[in-house]
Write a protein that binds this ligand. Structure first.
Ligand SMILES: *Cc1c(COP(=O)(O)O)cnc(C)c1O
Length: 223
């Protein structure tokens, strides 16, 4: 089933868009099945769960952290994480930098923006991002690299609203690129779109989509 689902999703994701298989809550054999079908990029939203899966599974997997990250859990993923999508404060970025320095790594990160109408979703607004990027402390962070932006649309059937929220993230990306990362080729990622809305996200400029239930089936408990 997982292999079939993957093939169906892959057929709808252009080759210049990274498909992140969101495997949170799913057991190792499910991830192994996706791996055997050629998937190498996985997304998780709990640090300890991601560490445990990393220990069990082949070492050529790229692990993307997509959930709210607590400062005291960074150390569990710092040795191997490929990309942290969920930087939503200057203090979290500083904490990631500190753990990355201990491991003598540079960890790639995305700034997470609040683009949905729901109150519950984490993320920066543009003013917060500007003050972060203009701060002295940001300029001194040598062990992180900001590679783009991430956002989650409102959970709604209103596809116009979802599209507009994705457009707003693309606008934020363009603004930051122009004003802060013009000569920085690494700043190129727009992570947006999940199982129900990733085709719209791709139309609106996503470079990474995070697809879980459409590949692995419904989760038993919601996160
Ligand atoms: C769970 C999750 C996804 C994937 O959700 P699906 O609807 O199952 O595709 C994507 N992004 C984030 C941040 C998530 O937490």
């Amino acid at each position: 089933m997982i292999q079939e689902n993957l093939n169906i999703v892959r057929a709808t994701v252009p080759s210049n868009v990274t498909l992140i298989a969101v495997s949170k809550t799913k057991p190792i054999p499910d991830l192994q099945e996706a791996y055997d079908a050629g998937q190498r990029v996985f997304g998780e939203n709990k640090a300890l769960e991601m560490r445990d899966k990393h220990q069990e599974l082949p070492k050529d997997i790229h692990w993307h952290f997509i959930g709210h990250l607590q400062t005291n859990k960074i150390k569990y993923i710092a040795p191997f994480v490929t990309l942290i999508h969920s930087i939503d404060s200057a203090s979290l970025l500083e904490a990631v930098n500190k753990e990355a320095a201990k491991k003598e790594r540079v960890i790639d990160c995305l700034l997470q923006f609040h683009i949905a109408q729901e109150e519950t979703k984490f993320g920066l607004d543009l003013e917060e991002a500007k003050s972060l990027l203009e701060s002295e402390s940001y300029k001194n962070l040598k062990n992180i690299r900001i590679c783009g932006v991430m956002g989650m649309a409102t959970f709604t059937d209103d596809t116009n609203q979802v599209r507009n929220e994705f457009k707003s993230l693309k606008d934020i990306f363009d603004f930051l690129k122009e004003n802060y990362f013009k000569d920085d080729a690494a700043f190129k990622e727009i992570s947006m779109g999940m199982s129900d809305d990733y085709p719209i996200a791709i139309e609106e400029g996503a470079t990474m989509v995070r697809v879980g239930s459409k590949i692995f089936g419904a989760r038993n408990y919601s996160i």
